[in-house]
Ligand binder design. Structure first.
Ligand code: AMP
Length: 281
């Protein structure tokens, strides 16, 4: 696996490979890699000649300074994991390499970046869009892989590539979970032992909503979920929404058989966790 810290070295190396008609699959990450990230790398490895991954803790997508400072950084073990998972090229820039000048771009995603995550993390998706656009311009991948764990991010990125006419194909990958259902996340290692025991209830409640979707309206399901969360005082729910899986607009009335997505964000102590599930009415 080749490791590069500069944009010019990364471009030069990948351009040589692209001249030989190799296809490139790209997996952008912020490091502290777990099986969720590695599942994206493996899928990219199956579908492309070359797999490129980036590790960059993007400061401008953090709306909370403490979250940025405490974000886990585990470069050495990340590199070992990537080597074993089929990654060919790792791009690990520092802040100066990515942002030699302060970033001023402002994207317009319509309602997409104003609801749910957008509402609770102002500026977050603009920061994500800036870094992903830059990374796509550096790597110029044929396909890029993103997790359904960050479902709203996927919608924003699909919208971004359409707006900037980037030909990259966006591939979504299912959420990888612990045996007890907790979605893998780099932030999970910051949960206390007690919090870690409680965290799997998020997925339990999402599954309950999925199981009950047939006999209930979206409004009734949201109330049911909120009532379940209330039983566990450690949880502070930021949102629980049932939305159209494409537009992410709230669904008030669902037809029989209609596919929707339930998404939630909760705080458990200082840690903010997000998860989502597909549901059918
Ligand atoms: P991050 O390092 O958190 O920015 O995540 C990098 C990529 O990995 C994003 O596309 C995430 O959606 C994806 N990802 C994170 N956690 C999981 C998971 N548990 N299962 C699948 N993909 C994930």
């Amino acid at each position: 696996m080749k490791i590069f810290n500069t944009i010019s070295d990364t471009k030069r190396y990948l351009n040589k490979l692209k001249k030989q008609a190799f296809t490139v699959g790209f997996v952008p990450t912020m490091g502290a890699l777990h099986e969720g990230h590695l599942s994206l790398i493996r899928k990219a490895d199956q579908e492309n000649d070359i797999v490129a991954c980036s590790i960059f803790v993007n400061p401008i997508q953090f709306n909370n300074k403490e979250d940025l400072e405490r974000y886990p950084r585990t470069a050495e073990s990340d590199i070992e994991k990537l080597k074993k998972s089929g990654c060919d090229v790792l791009f690990m820039p520092d802040n100066n390499e990515m942002y030699p000048e302060p970033e001023k771009s402002v994207f317009d995603f319509g309602h997409l970046d104003k609801i749910m995550e957008g509402k609770f993390r102002p500026g977050h998706f603009n920061g994500v869009a800036i870094v992903v656009k830059k990374l796509f311009e550096i790597i110029e991948p044929h396909k890029a892989y993103f997790g359904e764990k960050d479902y709203q991010q996927l919608a924003v990125i699909r919208n971004l590539v359409k707006n900037i006419n980037n030909p990259v194909e966006i591939i979504s990958c299912p959420t990888i979970r612990e045996d007890d259902g907790l979605a893998l996340s780099s932030r999970n290692i910051r949960l206390s032992r007690e919090e870690r025991k409680i965290a799997p209830y998020i997925y339990k409640i999402l599954k309950l909503v999925k199981d009950e979707a047939n006999d209930n309206t979206p409004g009734a399901l949201i109330n049911m979920a909120l009532a379940e969360f209330q039983k566990i005082p450690e949880f502070e729910v930021e949102y629980f929404e049932i939305v159209d899986p494409g537009t992410l607009l709230a669904v008030d009335k669902a037809a029989t058989g209609q596919k929707c997505r339930a998404l939630t964000a909760v705080k458990l102590g200082k840690i903010r966790l997000i998860d989502n599930i597909e549901i059918f009415f």
